[in-house]
Design a protein around this ligand. Structure first.
Ligand code: PEP
Ligand code: MN
Length: 338
């Protein structure tokens, strides 16, 4: 922790801070060099507490240096977390691809989508039964009957299922059907939901909120980890910026940043990240090149008829093209497509 004194702080003010540090049983180092005197306190920041110093006379700022998350950090676990889903390893050499429609609309639409996904060599099918829509007037999803259709698709194709949970009351229900439970951007800071997902024995795909900083994103993962579930997959899905030519700005910077400071796998969703199907393949290539552990992409048998997110959904043909293009990128960065 660094305590920054105001420029006009007196020797008595500085001594007052030092007395407080000593009283608490900590050591310190002092720098008079620049315009402001800096006091470096050596000890656990959690126990020290910023508020114990910020109110002392002529203290300008108290800077906490330690990372606020623990279980999600590489200091806690240096090796990458590898998550096993029915024998498939996520976060290792192989790249995870999850594809499917934004929403489950009908049996016919889901079964057709599942066939498209399977025929493209993909092992994970996505589809929303509970949809967290921005407008209450938009299609909200088929609910439990959508989950039953997912079970049918799994039975027919052997695909693993990824689907979203939006409420604590539905966690156990969704966990019965899903192989991976998705938390959407709008729920990234729903702490009760995160804690409850910490108690289940299925992996959680945690999407970054529109405006979350890297620390906030990892602290949300920390809620799940600290509640007992070690299997968290992070997902960058674009953040809100001033640009208007895409739905969101896909922040690929976060991929190497997360890789550096966390052991958790991170995948990228170029569909919500761009909002435009034409940009999904180039940004998928970029995501894999940047070191992402996988992709989450929306597809639709007929995007023009989709109940949600048709504009960003790939056609069956473009999904096949995506797979062949990312294969080359994956091998050039020492990875394989799952
Ligand atoms: C989705 O994956 O369909 C979705 C709702 O995504 P997000 O939460 O990232 O908006
Ligand atoms: Mn969507």
């Amino acid at each position: 922790m660094i305590i920054v004194m105001k420029r006009y702080a007196t020797q008595d003010d500085i001594q007052n801070v030092i007395d407080k540090i000593r009283e608490m049983g900590y050591d310190y180092q002092i720098s008079y060099g620049g315009e402001n005197t800096l006091i470096f306190v050596i000890g656990s920041e959690k126990e020290l507490g910023k508020e114990k110093f910020i109110f002392l006379k002529n203290v300008d700022n108290v800077i906490q240096v330690a990372k606020p998350y623990k279980l999600a950090s590489r200091e806690f676990k240096s090796d990458n977390t590898i998550i096993d889903v029915n024998g498939i390893k996520i976060g290792g050499e192989e790249i995870l691809i999850i594809a499917g429609p934004c929403s489950i609309e009908s049996e016919e639409q889901l079964m057709l989508s599942a066939e498209i996904v399977k025929n493209s060599g993909i092992k994970f099918l996505r589809g929303g039964a509970f949809k967290p829509r921005t407008s209450p007037y938009s299609f909200q999803g088929l609910g439990e009957s959508g989950l039953r259709l997912l079970a049918k698709a799994r039975e027919k194709t052997g695909l693993n299922i990824v689907t979203e949970v939006i409420d604590t009351s539905e966690v156990n229900l969704v966990a019965e059907y899903a192989d991976i439970l998705q938390v959407g951007a709008r729920n990234m800071q729903n702490t009760k939901l995160l804690q409850m997902l910490g108690k289940i024995n299925k992996p959680v795909l945690l999407k970054r909120s529109f405006s979350a900083t890297l620390n906030e994103f990892l602290l949300s993962a920390e809620y799940i980890l600290s509640s007992g579930n070690e299997n968290v997959i992070l997902c960058e899905r674009g953040i809100r910026t001033f640009v208007e030519y895409t739905r969101n700005t896909l922040d690929l910077n976060i991929v190497p940043a997360i890789k550096q400071i966390s052991h958790l796998p991170i995948i990228v969703d170029p569909s919500h990240g761009t909002g435009k199907s034409d940009y999904v393949i180039p940004m998928s290539r970029a995501a894999i090149a940047a070191g992402a552990d996988g992709l989450l992409v929306e597809i639709h048998p007929n995007p023009a008829n989709a109940s949600s997110d048709g504009e960003q959904s790939l056609t069956p043909e473009s999904l096949i093209r995506l797979m062949s293009e990312v294969k080359g990128i994956a091998s050039s960065v020492g990875r394989k497509i799952l």
